[in-house]
Ligand binder design. Sequence first.
Ligand SMILES: C[S@@+](CC[C@H](N)C(=O)[O-])C[C@H]1O[C@@H](n2cnc3c(N)ncnc32)[C@H](O)[C@@H]1O
Length: 187
Amino acid sequence: MDLSYDWTRHHARTDKTPSIFTRYAITTRLLCPKVAIDFGCGNFRNTKFLLEQGFERVAGIDPQPYGEVPLGAELHRQRAQDYVPEICEFDFVLADAVLPFLDFADVCTVVENVRRGLLPGGTFAFNVLGTEARWKTPGDRPFYFTLRREEIDSLIDGFTMAFIKEYRQDNFVDRCIHKYEIILHRN
Ligand SMILES: C[S@@+](CC[C@H](N)C(=O)[O-])C[C@H]1O[C@@H](n2cnc3c(N)ncnc32)[C@H](O)[C@@H]1O
């Protein structure tokens, strides 16, 4: 299966303001901000926001980032599933609109690495697509994966579920959004 996709066009038209989910996730953290990871940082909109929130170190992990690396941030031009952190390296992890582009085995690898790298009490905020998500019209779409609720539940060993919200929205012309927004705290 060819999962290669050119994200340039997507980035060029993506909102440059931080996502509502990122803004919310930051309010749920239990630890003082120090080190954050932004998996699939894209155009750095959320990376910049995390810097503004006072993190001392923010690392974006993305094989196809877009635009200038913000002052104070670092970029790892690699896939999320290949980033192996030091033990207890960070206290906040964001994966906003990126895990749907990884298959379940790679999502499990990312979660396993977050479990290793996150300090106890640290926050892991991510979203995934549910099984009813679909784009109805063909076109320039990245290949995406959906997760069953049981698969999501199987990921959270070693974490406490701080927040989960399921959305189903079918009022767009060409797609059905079915997604979960999830915030975990490391035990
Ligand atoms: C829909 S964009 C989201 C960008 C950003 N998180 C945001 O909310 O604006 C998806 C991003 O995931 C990145 N991406 C795709 N596969 C990835 C992978 N395996 N590991 C890390 N990033 C990946 C793409 O390069 C792209 O920048």
